[in-house]
Design a protein around this ligand. Structure first.
Ligand code: ZN
Length: 168
């Protein structure tokens, strides 16, 4: 099992590292919408609100609809932030990250969103967020404890506003 997981982790990492940015078409840069059930949005808010001093993070699994750029979120998975400087950065626990991705994959879902918090800032991608974003198709949700949740796409180091549609 460990061997299988590490083999899959290598596969996922090589997929991320080899992402072909040429397939990010102009259409994909138009406003993206992430439709998220209120229970899942509340899970993100609670995770953010209960950690006022450190960044929290997690993955959002769901399905993309081809047009318009709409994703439906079906599951939110909090992931431990193992960064040595969690007040200002986040690094997802790689084992928990791969397990979440594999669980999504088993349901036929994609990572449609990635969330994290800015406990001491604004819900706007930081220079680090822009530099390290590896999923140009995903919606990046950034929360501030007891404050706003904002959504973005990050493509080639540039942030594009996206929208959260909260549904019952
Ligand atoms: Zn950030």
């Amino acid at each position: 099992m460990e061997l299988r997981l590490s083999a899959n982790l290598t596969t996922v990492n090589s997929h991320i590292n080899s992402y072909d940015y040429s397939i990010v078409h102009e259409d994909n840069m138009q406003l993206s919408w992430l439709e998220i059930p209120v229970v899942h949005q509340n899970l993100i808010r609670t995770h953010v609100d209960t950690h006022p001093a450190t960044e929290v993070c997690g993955l959002i699994g769901g399905l993309w609809q081809p047009y318009p750029r709409l994703a439906r979120a079906f599951q939110v998975v909090p992931i431990a932030n193992i960064d040595p400087h969690p007040a200002v950065r986040y690094t997802m626990d790689p084992q928990a990250q791969i397990e979440a991705i594999l669980a999504f994959d088993q349901r036929g879902w994609d990572v449609v969103g990635i969330y994290h918090s800015h406990p001491h800032g604004t819900p706007i991608p930081s220079a680090t967020d822009l530099a390290e974003a590896n999923y140009p198709d995903a919606v990046y949700v950034i929360g501030v404890p007891h404050g706003a949740l904002r959504a973005w796409r990050i493509i080639r180091g540039a942030a594009h506003p996206a929208e959260l549609h909260v549904v019952g």
